[in-house]
Design a protein around this ligand. Sequence first.
Ligand SMILES: C[S@@+](CC[C@H](N)C(=O)[O-])C[C@H]1O[C@@H](n2cnc3c(N)ncnc32)[C@H](O)[C@@H]1O
Length: 254
Amino acid sequence: MAGKIKMWYVKQMKTHLRHPQKGLFGWFVTQYLTKRNGFLEENAVRLSNIKPDHHVLEIGFGPGIGLESAYKIIKDGNGKLYGIESSFYMVETASKRLHKALTDKKLMLFHGCASSIPLNTDSVHRVFHCNSYYFWPSMRPVLREIYRVMKPGGVMVTTLCIDNLKKSQKNGFLNKGIADPVKYMVCLENFGFENVHIEYQKDPITGKEFQAIFSEVIEKPAHDKSMFSDDEDDEIEKEVERLFHTGNKNISET
Ligand SMILES: C[S@@+](CC[C@H](N)C(=O)[O-])C[C@H]1O[C@@H](n2cnc3c(N)ncnc32)[C@H](O)[C@@H]1O
């Protein structure tokens, strides 16, 4: 009986971390993301070095803590914020938190998958995301799309807490998707991002430790040539798989 309850709990957590939905577990995950995870969002914004005139995109914004923090920076400038999120419940939750930014027309929230971002090519100066890449259906379409919308000179920051990831993986909350930060970094390099590196950081207020992965788009290939053909892309993904042998290497092994 206890085993069945545990299995049910793990299944609910796995589902709602990947795609929070209205209901008890959706509410619980939202509280967790807001109270325990908010510092990662705030640090992603801090490390992105956002200027008041920047156009900024967050992928998988959840309850909207990071966008709220970024709004404080761009609200008096010419900057704009964009967020894309696949959970409608999270879009609704963040819309309440970010009501002022939305009515000021400084923020647009899109409901959808980050593999199709409704923004112009070369339009965004900064991209950030936290605890999201492990849930993307596949790295390639999302990274290609982020690359497309980023301006040359743009920077992307991803914050995560490897210790918490290990715990989530051990608890069975993350058994699908790519949690391994090294694999994520290899994919970034393979899909055109440069200066990819990880930094070990501390939250300046609480001292909590976390990691930040930085990547840049320095110069893009000429627009009359596509960056990669699909065949070349397939080879790149296969190469990453070959490097790691398994599709889902446990991060405790890194
Ligand atoms: C664990 S939550 C993290 C939310 C928030 N970034 C935070 O750290 O509090 C993961 C979020 O990513 C979103 N997500 C997952 N896959 C996505 C995708 N392909 N495109 C957009 N959002 C996605 C989920 O709906 C969920 O809200």
